[in-house]
Each structure stands twice: as structure tokens, then as C-alpha cells.
Design a protein around this ligand. Structure first.
Ligand SMILES: [Zn+2]
Length: 150
């Protein structure tokens, strides 16, 4: 559903997100298309246009998320809430793989979200690979899995 959020609200969401997709941490400034404003709880399920229900999301994460608020954790098969950028801390649920190509869920919420939103799509992996080569992935404050012990 297309909503007409005010430009002020949109810029507040963008600024709060630091220009990152709040799910997959893609960096908006390197993308061809502007990121979208996601309603964390969809309007159709009673969500509002208030800032605490909005998140900056890349086009793909937003499309994959659609009206989902929960998904199955592929490891346990148990349905769990999707990552909520307004009450969950990204670093508690995600880490970059050692080679920085894969987004790894480190909690039930993280795994369900990576899986449901397709955060490791082939196309994303090739973009990340190119971005690593020129030092613009991952975002500087994101955790990366340590090298495996040799
Ligand atoms: Zn994304």
C-alpha cells in the first residue's frame, strides 16, 4: 500500500537509520534506487505512520517482508518474530560472515529474518563482493565473525 508520509517523517527515518537498510544493512548512498519506508507492523494489521513503527528498508527487504511480522527460524523450525529495528539491536541478531559476504543470523530472530527477507540473495552477494574490493562493505561498525581457528 502506498502511503503519503511527509517528507519530514521520511528524512527523520533516513537520518535515524544512518542511511542503512535497517534489515540487511545495505548502504543507501551506493544504490541506484532510493530506499523505502517500511511499516514494521503493516497498516493492514493496525500499524501506524508513527516514527516508532517505521524503518528504512531497501527495496528488496521491504518487498520480501511485505506484510510478514514473523517467520520460521530455519534452525529450529519454530515461528518467531522478525527483527524489529525499533526494539531489537541489530548487533544482537546479526553478524557478517568471516568473508563478509553472508549476513548470518545469530539468534532465532536473526535467522528467521535473514531467511524470510532473502538477505543472502545471489545478486546481493555479488554486490557485496564488489563493494568489499573497494572498501565500502560492510558498514564500519558492523560485527564480523572472527577467522576460524587454524
Ligand atoms: Zn535490505
Amino acid at each position: 500500500m502506498v502511503r503519503n508520509l511527509s517528507e519530514i517523517i521520511k528524512s527523520q527515518v533516513r537520518e535515524r537509520a544512518n542511511g542503512l537498510c535497517e534489515y540487511c544493512h545495505a548502504i543507501e548512498k551506493w544504490q541506484f534506487v532510493q530506499f523505502t519506508i517500511d511499516h514494521i507492523l503493516p497498516i493492514s494489521q493496525g500499524g501506524t505512520d508513527e516514527l516508532d513503527n517505521l524503518a528504512l528498508a531497501c527495496f528488496h527487504c521491504n518487498r520480501q517482508k511485505y506484510t510478514k511480522t514473523s517467520a520460521f527460524d530455519p534452525e529450529t523450525g519454530i515461528e518467531t518474530a522478525l527483527f524489529n529495528p525499533r526494539c531489537d539491536r541489530w548487533q544482537d541478531h546479526f553478524v557478517w560472515s568471516n568473508d563478509k559476504l553472508q549476513l548470518v543470523g545469530i539468534s532465532s530472530i536473526g535467522r528467521a529474518t535473514v531467511n524470510a527477507l532473502g538477505c543472502n540473495r545471489d545478486r546481493l552477494i555479488s554486490i557485496r563482493s564488489a563493494d568489499i574490493a573497494i572498501d565500502r562493505h560492510p558498514p564500519i561498525s558492523d560485527p564480523v565473525q572472527p577467522n576460524p581457528p587454524t
